[in-house]
Design a protein around this ligand. Structure first.
Ligand SMILES: Cc1ncc(COP(=O)(O)O)c(C=O)c1O
Length: 426
């Protein structure tokens, strides 16, 4: 399978020589294309928020904000990144199973200051109690301080068509509340208090290979919302999460397929009972294909019986997905034996098998098997589809600083997006 890169090879080589390797290069045009495809699938009045967990490089968040995406964050750190990128609280939602007391306090403080988040999606009855206590202490829901809007996260108990490590919507997962728990929470939360329960939040999993589990989950979310809204005013929102996959055309369902399923389900509901707000919050789909990890060859080894092993200067510290759950990332050579490969040669350059390994002291630090031309120390390779869950999951293991991140403008200009981290990482 040919590796498709979102940027010309000469620009990737230019990034390597200007910023050093490894370097992350994000093609702004590819971000815009993905944002446009998402908007076409989920047009207004759908709310479209970008999940910063997929890639929190400030320049990337800023570009997606400028392309009209709102922000979906899981911590004060991501919230700060969204704000730095120019996204106001009114366009930002907070969710996540790991919210700290500090995160909840910050959400309440912002509301008390008259600048609330769009909503906070709550994971459990305990978290709701903690948030309600803080909100009551801050006087939310009294006088001129409106209550804080919350969604309740449903565990939709479906069978997501994805890698086990990416499936979060099954009954045994730690995420969200069962229908029974969620309904009990609504019943136990008085109206007119410091929190306004506005609806249901769900997320099925990431890199979904089919639409079925997602459709089942949305159906459950809609049914539960209808049931709860019948007895209580103000429940008017469904957030269907993210999960839209990336892959070769035809190999995975595009966002439009998911949107089509949602449209069919919504079409069966009488207009008067439709949720007034619908939201989606993808991460991967918006950023995965846009970024390339450019790495340099450190060693080439011929191992009798095992073949060629190419060790490059990027690995699990920059892109852990292959090591964490066996994700495949295409790799193309940008140079061969010191000579630049032109775009035609890139396509036809896959002539010898090679296992591509990373540089850190772990046997699992490998990108697996690829077809690559002759390589020697100093040659450059491009690791594709590195934009999602790469930079945001990076570590400084082995004393390796965070790599520089660069934006590639449509006119070919390279713009620094984040500098290399300091050598002393901690
Ligand atoms: C609640 C929630 N929403 C959205 C996302 C984004 O998922 P994806 O990057 O697959 O679109 C995630 C990913 O873990 C999530 O947990």
């Amino acid at each position: 399978m040919q590796t498709v890169l979102p940027a010309p090879a000469d620009r990737l080589r230019a990034a390597a020589s200007r910023f050093g390797t490894p370097v992350g290069v994000t093609a702004v045009q590819a971000l815009a294309d993905a944002a446009a495809e998402l908007r076409a699938a989920f047009p207004d009045p759908w709310l479209r928020a970008y999940s910063l967990k997929a890639n929190d490089v400030p320049a990337v968040v800023e570009r997606l904000g400028a392309l009209g995406l709102d922000a979906n964050v899981v911590s004060r750190g991501e919230w700060a990144a969204a704000r730095r990128a120019g996204l106001p609280n009114a366009r930002t939602t907070l969710e996540g199973i790991g919210k700290t007391a500090g995160d909840l306090r910050a959400a309440v403080r912002a509301a008390a200051d008259g600048d609330p988040l769009r909503w906070v999606a709550v994971e459990s009855p305990e978290e709701l109690d903690a948030l309600a206590l803080l909100a009551a202490r801050a006087g939310l829901g009294h006088g001129d301080r409106p209550p804080l809007d919350v969604l309740l996260r449903l565990n939709p108990d479906v069978s997501p068509e994805t890698h086990a490590g990416l499936a979060v919507g099954h009954g045994a997962s730690k995420f969200g509340m069962t229908e029974t728990e969620l309904s009990a929470v609504v019943a136990a939360t008085p109206e007119g208090g410091p929190l306004a329960i506005r609806g249901v939040h769900l997320h099925v999993g990431s890199q979904l290979g089919a639409v079925d589990a997602w459709r089942d989950a949305v159906r459950r979310g809609l049914a539960l919302l209808a049931l709860l809204a019948a007895g209580r005013a103000g429940l008017d929102t469904l957030d269907v999460g993210g999960g839209y996959p990336v892959g070769d055309p035809g190999s995975v369902p595009p966002p439009a397929r998911f949107a089509g399923e949602a449209a069919r389900l919504l079409g069966a509901i009488p207009t008067s009972r439709l949720p007034r707000r619908l939201a989606t919050e993808p991460g991967r789909f918006l950023v995965a294909h846009a970024s390339v990890l450019v790495a340099r060859v450190l060693h080439v080894r011929e191992r009798p019986g095992w073949g060629r092993i190419v060790v490059v200067d990027a690995g699990m510290t920059e892109l852990i997905r292959p090591m964490l759950y066996g994700a495949h990332h295409g790799i193309a050579a940008l140079t061969s034996l010191g000579r630049a490969l032109d775009p035609g040669e890139l396509a036809s350059s896959g002539i010898e098998p090679a296992r591509v390994d990373g540089p850190v002291c772990e046997g699992t630090d490998t990108f697996g098997d690829h077809a690559l031309p002759p390589l020697r120390r100093g040659d450059l390779v491009a690791i594709a589809d590195a934009g999602a869950y790469g930079a945001s999951m990076a570590s400084t293991y082995n004393g390796r600083p965070a790599i520089p991140q660069v934006l590639l403008e449509p006119d070919g200009t390279l713009v620094p997006g984040r500098p290399r981290g300091r050598l002393i990482g901690r």
